[in-house]
Design a protein around this ligand. Structure first.
Ligand SMILES: *Cc1c(COP(=O)(O)O)cnc(C)c1O
Length: 415
């Protein structure tokens, strides 16, 4: 079955006697047992729920995995992956990660006796050198959020295994956060990863109305552990949210196709726009890692980051945008803008800030389903307006008394 078919054709309600076409929300905590001495198929929704099972099966299928697990959030999923480790173990992580992952690795992992070391996974061989005898987990994102850096997953996996062989240790588990691409565009397990994690809050949900996470894998011993952790720690996703996620996933393909088409057009135009200093989008010629991304994915996606020269201008543009409300998160049907330096990435550890913190003039755009002409016009007016503000400030500083009305282009900078 092809991907678009898989997204809408699946067993929506196994074991249900009425043959519903949509998965019922089994909104129940408990299931009656036929026999006090024996559990049935389901007993308690923390341990297992039919709505969640349908979702988990679908997640696994989309990620080319044998097992999928749905969690209360992306971070709950990554926490479950950390649960595969024991005190004394080490993690080697990419140095360009979602801010909340940095917080988890920096402030929770140490309390569990784990050490995390960071390196640049876009140089897989040097990155793999960070692996030591106690390294049990390697965790990276590609494309990264928000700089859209690309990690060559096959090369990373080969380098990690070579390094482990050299040290005479079991190869660490390679976990890839596939949130930015979504399983519609990229399947890390096909390129040597052992575990894929998602913030399903983003593209998988697609409507910004659920927080959820996914963990997918094909190695039986890892799957058993994640299933155990999901039940033992109790961070599995509730049935109502599973239902919403199942519904969102049905349109993942048409959403991403359309959002990506708009994003590609806007990225090209932004790259040519005066006042835009840099555009990061894996589909743009000249984007570092573009060929690698093209080889390991099915498209550049719907997230664009751009630099506007100064923090002030970035903030001014974000404020001036009318169709891009300022929100954290991305991947929804409606567009949004994020100022990562102060929002999603406020938790980048101090020691990494100089190297990997998002630049202060960076905005991240999430492109939705709006008409491309409306988005284009909105971006234009916002950048022009910010320009006008910039010029005003410049003029005011240099002459001390020129006013808004005297702007050369007579624009309405005062709004
Ligand atoms: C949002 C995000 C997360 C965290 O997911 P939550 O659902 O917010 O817990 C993890 N990784 C990436 C890349 C994200 O964008």
């Amino acid at each position: 079955m092809k991907l678009h078919t898989q997204l809408v054709q699946f067993d929506a309600a196994p074991l249900d006697p009425f043959g519903p076409t949509a998965t019922p929300v089994y909104q129940t905590a408990t299931f009656e047992q036929e026999n006090p001495e024996q559990f049935g198929r389901y007993d308690y929704s923390r341990s297992g729920n039919p709505t969640r099972d349908v979702l988990q099966k679908q997640l696994a299928r989309l990620e080319h995995a044998t097992h999928g697990f749905a969690f209360a959030s992306g971070l709950a999923g990554i926490t479950a992956v950390l649960g595969l480790l024991s005190a004394g173990d080490e993690v080697v992580a990419g140095d360009d990660l979602y801010g909340g992952t940095f917080r988890l690795f920096g402030q929770i992992a140490p309390r569990r006796g784990l050490t995390v070391r960071y390196g640049d996974p876009t140089e897989p061989e040097a990155f793999a050198e960070l692996i030591g005898p106690k390294t049990r987990l390697v965790h990276v994102e590609t494309p990264t959020n928000p700089l859209l850096r690309i990690v060559d997953l096959a090369r990373l996996s080969a380098a990690v295994r070579r390094r482990a062989a050299k040290l005479g240790i079991d190869a660490p588990i390679i976990s890839v956060d596939n949130t930015l691409a979504s399983p519609y565009l990229q399947n890390p397990l096909d390129h040597g990863a052992d575990v894929v994690v998602h913030s399903a809050t983003k593209a998988l949900c697609g409507h910004a109305d659920v927080t959820a996470g996914a963990v997918c894998c094909s190695r039986e011993e890892i799957a058993k552990q994640i299933a155990f952790i999901q039940n033992a720690e109790g961070a599995g996703l509730g049935p109502q949210d599973c239902f919403l996620l199942l519904r969102g996933i049905k349109t993942l393909g048409v959403r991403i196709d359309r959002q990506q088409q708009t994003a590609a057009a806007l990225a090209e135009e932004l790259a040519e726009t005066r006042g835009v200093e840099a555009v990061y989008y894996p589909g743009l010629s000249g984007h570092a890692g573009r060929e690698v991304h093209a080889a390991q994915s099915r498209g550049p996606g719907s997230i664009i980051s751009l630099r506007l020269g100064s923090r002030e201008r970035a903030v001014a543009v974000a404020k001036a945008l009318e169709l891009f409300p300022t929100t954290v998160s991305f991947g929804s049907v409606s567009s949004s803008v994020c100022f990562p330096a102060a929002m999603s990435h406020a938790s980048v550890p101090r020691e990494l800030r100089a190297r990997v913190a998002p630049p202060e003039d960076l905005l991240r755009l999430s492109i939705g389903l709006e008409d491309v002409d409306d988005l284009r016009a909105d971006l234009r007016q916002a950048i022009e307006r910010a320009d006008a503000i910039g010029q005003t400030r410049l003029i005011t500083c240099s002459t001390g008394k020129r006013t808004l009305a005297s702007l050369p282009n007579g624009s309405s900078a005062a709004r």
